[in-house]
Ligand binder design. Structure first.
Ligand SMILES: CC(C)(COP(=O)(O)OP(=O)(O)OC[C@H]1O[C@@H](n2cnc3c(N)ncnc32)[C@H](O)[C@@H]1OP(=O)(O)O)[C@@H](O)C(=O)NCCC(=O)NCCS
Length: 167
């Protein structure tokens, strides 16, 4: 887990421009290089939207991104996003480990009290449940996906609910 760097943008734009991915992310459509660069210049210096690259520890291969967004230091909460676009790397526990580390960063370093997210992906729901996130509600027919409307489930975890792994 490290901050997303300029040299990661080529892999990031390749994922985002896959329709399965940009639709999941709620974007308008494929991103241009200019949009991507402007997005990066905003997030590279932001303290309220921190984007991390997920990399394999042995080879440093960049396999996904995750973020804490809308970091609110008065109410001490933030939203969370994660994407591991390539099926080859899904279902291997990387998402679980990454979200664990992101929560640890949010609670221990940023002193957050709550982290929340929303998803319509059943694998993500399973992962959030295993990490101790609580289903707080459902946004009915919230997103349009390939011809139909789907519900988005909201999950949240409080600092007191986060179970630390002892290394
Ligand atoms: C959702 C996502 C972040 C989960 O990360 P991951 O590394 O694939 O998930 P994990 O391996 O940590 O496991 C989560 C659970 O879902 C299951 N799972 C995840 N992806 C799976 C897949 N493609 N096929 C079958 N099972 C899968 C895992 O087996 C695990 O369940 P288990 O603990 O009972 O075995 C990742 O799959 C992803 O980015 N998917 C596509 C994009 C997306 O929907 N992102 C939005 C998330 S809010």
């Amino acid at each position: 887990m490290r901050r997303l760097e300029q040299h990661d943008l080529d892999s990031t734009i390749n994922w985002i421009n896959n329709p399965e991915i940009f639709i999941t992310m709620g974007l308008w459509g494929p991103r241009t290089q200019i949009e991507q660069q402007r997005w990066y210049e905003r997030i590279a210096v932001s303290h309220t939207n921190i984007v991390f690259a997920l990399c394999l520890s042995d080879t440093d291969q960049h396999i996904g991104n995750m973020s804490l967004f809308d970091i609110d230091l008065r109410n001490r909460n933030a939203g969370l996003t994660i994407i591991i676009p390539n099926e080859k790397f899904q279902g291997k526990g990387f998402g679980y480990e990454a979200v664990y580390l992101l929560c640890e960063y949010g609670f221990d370093y940023l002193n957050l009290n709550k982290i929340y997210c929303k998803t319509d992906n059943p694998h993500a729901s399973k992962m959030y449940n295993k990490l101790g996130f609580v289903h707080e509600g459902t946004l009915r027919k919230q997103a349009y996906r390939f011809g139909k409307y789907v519900d988005k489930l909201i999950y949240g975890i409080l600092r007191t609910e986060f179970v630390k792994i002892k290394y």
